[in-house]
Design a protein around this ligand. Structure first.
Ligand SMILES: *[C@@H]1O[C@H](CO)[C@@H](O)[C@H](O)[C@H]1NC(C)=O
Length: 344
């Protein structure tokens, strides 16, 4: 590795930002305002309602059919293949759109490769931490902004995301085009069983509630379902760390022992159980411009097992946590600004 001019990647990014013109800054903020996923969902839904209320009856019928198909997932598209297979070239086109590079530039996103992945083999890439909406994953692993295909040629990956994201008109098509699939056991088995790669965020909604700057609080100890799926399909587990993911949002404290933080956390857990996604309270809408780096570790091979016993699952879970911790230790100072890791 060549000697580095800066002590941390964040310092390097600050130096880059200092050289940026005001126009560029404004431009990047506008891009984020357009493409920030929660806002995008709002735009797409508003557009759908606008179309519906301004259309003649015939088109209303068509839009209703579309909505029904989407809401009840009659075509089973997101929970099976998504836009992989024969849609592959078009999916690549969507993932390489220019706008994603501007989103990358906003965070100075970077993909750091530490090992090779072989094409045609199934990998379950696990991204930690979940953060508020895993922005770091989107730039580096889901889209082509950091040239994933250049780093791992031939690795055909889809990204598993919340089922609820596929219930938003037009947005559903937009994320399908970009290679997202619904996150369920069935979908994961479908892709891994066909020697494809899936990107997954094992921490899920609960980890999102623990997204605070300065710490990686990973929900892993009681999450073993992803190890079981890897063993069932013989997929290798690839640890991926999103350094900076938790730094981009400042969320309201729900961890301190005081009355209000504890109450807030309880309400959030209650809502999460009902809605399947969580509601972290942000003090701002657009993410802060913090450096985000996705470090991809070495794959951990899991032998294909018909009916993995609890002991086998525990063994591979432990090996996985160990290799994740090692990856963190190796990169925490430069990319992670030395923030703490806590596995719960
Ligand atoms: C997946 O790869 C394995 C090993 O290379 C091969 O035996 C199997 O037939 C492949 N499965 C599919 C569905 O292509």
């Amino acid at each position: 590795m060549p000697p580095k001019k800066f002590k941390t990647a964040q310092e390097e990014f600050e130096a880059k930002k200092a050289k940026e013109s005001v126009f560029r800054k404004v431009f990047l903020y506008l891009c984020m305002l357009l493409l920030f996923p929660p806002l995008e969902m709002l735009y797409f839904y508003t557009f759908f309602l606008y179309l519906f209320y301004t259309s003649p009856p015939f088109y209303r019928v068509l839009l209703s059919i579309y909505w029904t198909n989407m809401f009840f997932e009659l075509d089973k598209f997101p929970s099976t293949s998504g836009w992989s297979g024969k849609w592959w070239p078009f999916r690549k086109f969507c993932r390489s759109l220019r706008c994603w590079h501007w989103i990358r530039e906003y965070f100075d996103g970077e993909l750091v490769k530490t090992a090779e992945l072989e094409p045609g083999k199934p990998y379950l890439m696990c991204y930690h931490p979940h953060g508020i909406i895993s922005m770091g994953l989107q730039g580096s692993l889901a889209l082509e902004a950091c040239d994933f295909e250049g780093a791992f040629p031939g690795v055909d990956r889809s990204v598993a995301t919340l089922v609820a994201s596929f219930k938003i008109p037009f947005f559903r098509e937009w994320i399908l085009m970009n290679g997202f699939i619904a996150c369920s056991r069935r979908t994961l088995m479908h892709h891994l069983g066909r020697n494809k790669t899936v990107v997954l965020v094992p921490g899920g909604a609960n980890e999102a509630l623990h997204s605070h700057p300065g710490i990686f609080k990973l929900h892993l100890k009681n999450r073993k379902g992803f190890v079981r799926i890897a063993l069932l399909t013989g997929a290798s587990l690839v640890p991926c760390l999103g350094m900076g993911e938790n730094e981009m949002f400042h969320t309201m404290d729900n961890q301190s022992p005081g009355f209000f933080p504890q109450m807030l956390y309880k309400v959030q857990l209650f809502l999460m159980k009902r809605f399947t996604f969580s509601f972290p309270l942000l003090s701002h809408i657009l993410p802060y411009r913090e450096k985000v780096t996705c470090v991809v570790g070495a794959p951990l091979e899991c032998p294909k097992t018909e009916n993995p016993s609890l002991e086998v699952i525990d063994k591979y879970h432990e090996l996985y946590v160990e290799s994740l911790t090692k990856l963190y230790e190796k990169h925490k100072d430069y990319y992670g600004k030395g923030i703490k890791l806590e596995i719960v």
